[in-house]
Design a protein around this ligand. Structure first.
Ligand code: 9MR
Length: 375
């Protein structure tokens, strides 16, 4: 985002331009900043505070682990939740509703209702949508994961899925996570991924080509966790990105999910990692940020823990703000009420920026202030 600070109101509409496959080369910040937006009392929400060329997003709760919980579908039934979702964010990521198992539950049947509802909500509230995800080893329907197919059949299943799903939302998706978590910690292609295992890694390039044909305006991303520090996984993505670009494959971005734990320290080299992909000419994004912690007995975080958590959130936002084409910053849910964390990590939790009752934590205020200062 650096060098893209734009102070002139007339450029407000330019944020629309970020919804295209072409990186937006924004106007250098030659103009003086407006009266510090962050210090005005009118800046009440994250989306208001954000620089115009940075989308602030959240996962939209539903499907996945939510199905096992005692509450009904959060996005559909929780009105206070929907209100905060509309008020605070200008980007929305279906948490599960566009994944294969959800949107393509049977070989010849798609289930578009829940994803359609999110896309409609986003349009009504001036939000862009991040599509998640097309090529992944997890949350695939049984008919696919357990099925027996020839290579040609499997290839055609993937191609049709991409054309059908991406085509349905053509022109309405800011960024698609085309390839999700395709490398393991050693930077090797994950053999759990049925498409990669059966068809070879070349299928990744095909997935990008098909997605681009189906929606030429969407920015197409590689997305993973565990890439917040340099290492074998980041090296693998860098090599892949270079190869795809050399082969003129339509890849437009690299994203760090940023599922963090306070056990392991803040990602103080994330800016450098993002910069490596920015240097290749790619967009970068933060797509699933949360910061979990070990909860004390009683389950309520201490003030010190909340302060540390806020610093982690800020470290990630600062990294994105420091890199030219980091244009999308998404947190993986905004309330602990619906977070995936306690379901997957016993004894850890409180990972989001609001508690169960939507009370804002220090991390929320730190994000808002950091955004306002950047604007
Ligand atoms: O938040 C999602 C949760 O509801 C699902 O049960 C879970 C199943 O794998 O997936 C969670 O989202 C994941 C995302 O799609 C990809 N990156 C890791 C996220 C957290 O597991």
């Amino acid at each position: 985002m650096k060098a893209t600070r734009v102070a002139v109101a007339v450029l407000a509409a330019s944020s629309l331009l970020t919804v295209g496959a072409q990186p937006v080369r924004a106007v250098p910040a030659a103009t003086t900043a407006p009266a510090a937006a962050g210090h005005g009392s009118h800046v009440k929400t994250l989306r208001q505070a954000a620089p115009r060329d940075l989308k602030i997003g959240t996962a939209v709760a539903g499907g996945g682990h939510h199905l096992e919980q005692a509450y009904p579908d959060p996005f559909t039934y929780d009105r206070p939740y929907r209100k905060v979702l509309a008020r605070e964010f200008n980007s929305a990521s279906p948490e599960n509703q566009m994944k294969w198992e959800f949107i393509h539950p049977e070989r010849h049947r798609y289930n578009f209702g829940p994803a359609d509802a999110i896309v409609r909500f986003a349009r009504q509230h001036g939000q862009v949508v991040r599509g998640h995800t097309l090529l992944w080893h997890s949350q695939n329907p049984e008919w696919l994961a357990e099925g027996t197919f020839t290579k040609a059949e499997l290839r055609s299943i993937l191609k049709q899925h991409i054309f059908t799903v991406v085509g349905r939302y053509r022109g309405q998706i800011h960024q698609w996570d085309v390839a999700n978590e395709i490398f393991n910690e050693n930077g090797e292609y994950r053999q759990e991924n049925i498409f990669i295992r059966e068809l070879g890694p070349g299928i990744v390039a095909d997935a990008f080509r098909w997605a681009h044909q189906a929606d030429p305006r969407a920015q197409l991303f590689l997305n993973d966790y565990g890439v917040e520090w340099p290492g074998a996984k980041v090296d693998a993505y860098e090599a892949l990105a270079e190869q795809l670009l050399a082969d003129r494959v339509p890849v437009h971005g690299f994203a760090s999910q940023a599922h963090l734990s306070m056990r392991y320290g803040a990602p103080d080299q994330l800016r450098e990692v993002l910069q490596r992909f920015d240097d290749l000419g790619l967009h970068t994004a933060i797509t699933e940020l949360d910061v979990r912690m070990d909860l004390p007995a009683g389950g309520v975080p201490t003030a010190e823990q909340l302060a540390t958590q806020a610093q982690y959130y800020k470290t990630v936002l600062d990294a994105c703000l420091a890199v030219d084409d980091c244009n999308s910053f998404t947190i993986w849910g905004f309330t602990d009420k619906y977070s995936w964390v306690p379901v997957f990590f016993p004894a850890e939790g409180a990972a989001t920026v609001m508690d169960d009752d939507f009370r804002r934590k220090p991390a929320y205020f730190t994000l808002r202030q950091t955004l306002a200062d950047a604007r």
